[in-house]
Design a protein around this ligand. Structure first.
Ligand code: AMP
Ligand code: MG
Length: 326
C-alpha cells in the first residue's frame, strides 16, 4: 500500500508519500514566509493555492511513481487555520476523485507523535510538541492521546515569531532568535510562568518587548534569555508529565524542536532521570506531508470515498481522537 498525505494547517503546504511498511518515498514542501511581519492567513492560503500542484508533482517525482500508483489519500483535517485547511482538503478530494481512491482526514498533532515514533523507534514516549500555534505535552493513556500540559495562551513558535517581529526580523522568527542567542551568555531575568502542568508566554512577550523598547538591553541578550527561560519552562512541564505518567521516553516534535538549545536542555533532563531522549530530523519536526501520509496508513480503515461526509476541523483537540490503530 502507498499513501499520499497533504499538510496545510498553517504556513506549510507539504506532500509526503510512504508505504504501508513505513518506507519513506517522498517528503516535499513549500512554506509561506515573510521578510517582515507574521503569518497572514489569507496570504498563506493564496500561497498554498499557487504552489499546491507543483509540490504534489515534486513528491511524485521524488517517489518516482505516478498518481495512479497511490492507494490512499490523507490530509490534515485540523487543528489549523481554516483558509489553509480548506486548500489541503480540496486538493486531497480532487486527487481522491481523480484516481478513485479513498480519503481519510487525520489530526495534525497526533501525526507529529506517530511520525516521531516511526522515525526514532520510540515506543511509548511523552511528546513535547512545540510548534507555531501548538504547544502541548502529549502521552498515551487510557486508550487516548491525552494532553498533560499545554500553553494557556500562545504557542511557543508564535511567541518567538512575535518577538522576532518586534525586533524587525521576518517570519519564521524562531531560527533568527536562535542565531542571535548564540552571540550572548548574559542572562537577563524574565518572568517564569509555569502554572501546574501548563505554561504561559504572553506576559514574557510583553516584558521582552518593554525591555527592548527601553533601549537598555541588547537584542542578543534578550534572545538568549528568552530561550533559556521559555525552554526551561517547557522542559520542566515535560519532566513532570514523564514522572506523572511513569514514562521513560521523551520525544520532541514541532518546528521549535529544531532548536539545538531546546534539544540540549531536554537531553540533559532525560539523562538526569535516566530516560531516553528521541528527536527525529528537521524534515519531520516541522510541518510536513510525510507524517500525514503515515497517519493515513495507520487509520486506513477510516478512509472513505464518500467525500461530502468529510470536512475540516479547525479546533480539533488531540484528546478528541479515538485511538483505534494501536
Ligand atoms: P511548525 O508549525 O511545526 O512547522 O513550526 C513552525 C515554528 O517553528 C515557527 O514558529 C518557527 O519560528 C519555529 N522554528 C523553526 N525553527 C526553529 C528553531 N531553530 N528555533 C526555534 N524555533 C524554530
Ligand atoms: Mg505542527
Amino acid at each position: 500500500m502507498i499513501a499520499l498525505g497533504i499538510e496545510s494547517t498553517a504556513h506549510t503546504f507539504g506532500v509526503g508519500i510512504i508505504t504501508g511498511k513505513g518506507e519513506v518515498l517522498a517528503n516535499s514542501r513549500n512554506s509561506y514566509t515573510t521578510k517582515k511581519g507574521g503569518i497572514n492567513p489569507t496570504e498563506a492560503k493564496e500561497h498554498h493555492i499557487r504552489i499546491a500542484d507543483s509540490v504534489i508533482d515534486d513528491a511524485l517525482k521524488q517517489a518516482d511513481i505516478s498518481l495512479n500508483d497511490i492507494d490512499l489519500i490523507s490530509f490534515s483535517q485540523g487543528p489549523g487555520l481554516p483558509p489553509c485547511l480548506i486548500v489541503g482538503m480540496n486538493k486531497a478530494k480532487d486527487l481522491s476523485k481523480k484516481i478513485n481512491k479513498p480519503l481519510v482526514g487525520v489530526n495534525h498533532c497526533i501525526c507529529h507523535l506517530e511520525i516521531g515514533k516511526l522515525m526514532t523507534k520510540a515506543k511509548d514516549p511523552v511528546l513535547l510538541y512545540v510548534s507555531g500555534a501548538n504547544t502541548q505535552i502529549i502521552a498515551y493513556e487510557g486508550k487516548k492521546y491525552r494532553i498533560f500540559g499545554e500553553t494557556l495562551d500562545n504557542g511557543v513558535g508564535n511567541f518567538l515569531d512575535s518577538f522576532a517581529r518586534h525586533l524587525g526580523l521576518g517570519f519564521p522568527g524562531g531560527p533568527k532568535i536562535y542565531e542571535l542567542s548564540l552571540k550572548s551568555h548574559d542572562y537577563i531575568e524574565l518572568p517564569y510562568s509555569v502554572k501546574g502542568m501548563d505554561v504561559s508566554v504572553s506576559g514574557i512577550l510583553t516584558n521582552l518587548k518593554q525591555k527592548f523598547d527601553s533601549g537598555k538591553y541588547s537584542k542578543e541578550n534578550l534572545a538568549y534569555s528568552c530561550q533559556e527561560t521559555v525552554f526551561a519552562m517547557l522542559v520542566e512541564v515535560a519532566e513532570r508529565a514523564m514522572a506523572h505518567c511513569q514514562k521513560k521516553e521523551l520525544l520532541l516534535g514541532g518546528g521549535v524542536a529544531c532548536n539545538k538549545r531546546l534539544q540540549e536542555m531536554a537531553k540533559i533532563m532525560c539523562k538526569e532521570r535516566n530516560a531516553k531522549f528521541y528527536c527525529p530530523g528537521n524534515p519531520v519536526l516541522t510541518d510536513n506531508g510525510l507524517m500525514i501520509a503515515w497517519q493515513g496508513i495507520l487509520q486506513r480503515k477510516k478512509a472513505t470515498k464518500k467525500l461530502d461526509t468529510i470536512d475540516i476541523k479547525p479546533n480539533w483537540r488531540t484528546d478528541d481522537v479515538s485511538v483505534d490503530w494501536k
